[in-house]
Design a protein around this ligand. Structure first.
Ligand SMILES: [Zn+2]
Length: 209
């Protein structure tokens, strides 16, 4: 995609996430690969609701800043996905309430913290949603922990922090982050109630072969 179009798309999708409450304050950051081998990422301390296309951070293929405002301090979690998962073309990180609530549950399953309730979760996120141990924001050790899971997971949950979701395109990554938030909401709404979960065969039929 032409970089000018990608910049406009990033601004519009980020504003949409912000306006619907998926992100508050300056929380959350979004990145995408550019056609020249570099990356665009939302700037540090920026609100997803008020981005400017011309001020997005442009990084080169080694994640060095090239132009625009300074990049998000959480750039390492984006780099972890691009390096661990070559098919990733975009990454969305949110502190969205329901997914972050799941990331705080003491007894969450470390590979599948959200019950198998709806097909779209598996179509968008896949079979695994690894829960990464807690790291202080900015701790460089977080990158290796995410990178280790990225080859076999499209998304991870950072303990007590929030989701990081990748996909081939920016639109797909935003859709997947929204699907993850809705799945987390359903799981919390149904907590403690007897539910009819999808069977392993039903889940397997949703996954790429
Ligand atoms: Zn964060």
């Amino acid at each position: 995609m032409d970089e000018a179009l990608l910049r406009d798309q990033m601004v519009a999708l980020a504003r949409s996430l912000f306006e619907r409450g998926f992100s508050v304050g300056s929380a959350g950051n979004i990145s995408a690969r550019t056609a020249d081998g570099g990356y665009l990422i939302t700037p540090t301390n920026s609100s997803l609701g008020r981005l400017a296309a011309g001020r997005l951070s442009k990084l080169d293929s080694a994640f060095r800043p090239v132009s625009g405002d300074p990049p998000s301090k959480e750039v390492v979690m984006h780099r972890a996905f691009y390096e661990g998962r070559p098919e990733a073309g975009a990454v969305v990180h949110l502190h969205s309430t329901m997914a972050t609530a799941i990331a705080c549950l003491a007894e969450a399953d470390a590979n599948q913290p959200i019950a198998a309730l709806t097909p779209y979760f598996f179509m968008r996120i896949g079979a695994r949603l690894p829960v990464i141990p807690y790291f202080r924001p900015g701790d460089p050790a977080m990158e290796a922990a995410i990178c280790a899971e990225a080859p076999t997971a499209r998304a991870v949950l950072l303990s007590n922090h929030g989701p990081v979701v990748s996909a081939a395109t920016l639109v797909d990554a935003v859709n997947a982050a929204e699907e993850l938030e809705e799945a987390a909401k359903l799981a919390l709404l149904l907590a403690g109630k007897p539910v009819r979960t999808l069977t392993p065969d039903q889940v397997a039929a949703l996954l790429p072969h």
